[in-house]
Design a protein around this ligand. Structure first.
Ligand SMILES: [Zn+2]
Length: 278
């Protein structure tokens, strides 16, 4: 049974986010706050709890094309919110309508910059296949990431950093992610024979985690910075399949890496780390 629009609802689109919120609040009998977004993959996202004891509304983020939805779609969203997949007819109606809207959207603009092979192919390690090993299709859980983890921003671009002698004595940033360019840079000191491939892979994994957070968890206010290595970040990082070995290698080699970056001389071979296969 479709819900009928609550009294006082305007007759038709375009709806503002507030009108959507008012509609859903009345139709579900629970406060709902709606914002419009630009996502193409997850066009409806909801956060929050029903009957939240603190009175917090359900936060619903929907693509801006929902402003043009017919009133039946508003009802379908209300049913879906209340009953999830159990509201079968509403879900089918929504899926069809969304699929049609997505087809009508103009093609996504091409990313401003793309990876140039000369920047990703190092002398010893090529970054592109490593990134391919980390990001896979949704159906294959062995990958660390899925493309959708990077939201509308897409998979970031990546390159080796510029080769220049470092003057750092105490620390060395093995990788960095810049949000403005959605770009990952890996320190060229890692591009040498005695740095195992799986070490570079882990540094990429770490920077991809920053990129994925930038895409899916934007700062709450413009200009606000997030804490880069907060607890949630560290927990997700520790789920990495090769985490212990990669950390052990970094701990054992960071001094030698700093010296190598300063002198430009290659890193010696590491024979063993207790407890790990190198
Ligand atoms: Zn970091």
């Amino acid at each position: 049974m479709p819900l009928s629009p609550p009294k006082g609802t305007p007759i038709g689109p375009p709806w503002t986010a507030k009108e959507w919120g008012d509609f859903l609040t009345k139709a579900t009998d629970n406060p709902v706050r709606v914002t419009f977004g630009r996502a193409r993959r997850q066009v409806i996202q909801s956060k929050g709890y029903w009957d939240d004891p603190t009175g917090k509304p359900i936060e619903l983020r929907i693509s801006s094309f929902f402003s043009q939805a017919p009133v039946e779609i508003l009802s379908a969203v209300a049913l879906w919110l209340r009953s999830g997949k159990r509201a079968k007819a509403a879900c089918t109606e929504l899926d069809l309508w969304i699929a049609e809207r997505l087809r009508e959207l103009p093609p996504k603009p091409a990313p401003v910059r793309s990876n140039r092979p000369q920047e990703t192919e190092g002398n010893h390690h090529d970054l592109a296949p490593l990134v391919d090993e980390l990001i896979g299709p949704a159906a294959r859980p062995k990958f660390e990431y899925q493309e959708s983890d990077f939201g509308d921003l897409g998979i970031p671009t990546f390159s080796w950093g510029r080769r220049q002698k470092s003057s750092a004595r105490r620390s060395l940033q093995l990788g960095s992610y810049t949000e403005s360019g959605h770009h990952i840079r890996i320190h060229p000191v890692l591009d040498q024979a005695n740095v195992p491939r799986w070490v570079v892979r882990f540094v990429l994994f770490h920077e991809l985690l920053h990129a994925s957070r930038a895409a899916t968890d934007p700062p709450h206010q413009p200009g606000q910075r997030r804490t880069p290595h907060d607890r949630a970040f560290r927990m997700r990082e520790a789920e990495y399949s090769d985490y212990a070995r990669a950390c052990a290698w970094q701990d054992a080699r960071i001094g030698a890496l700093i010296r190598s970056a300063r002198s430009g001389k290659p890193l010696g071979k590491l024979r063993r780390i207790l407890g790990f296969q190198l």
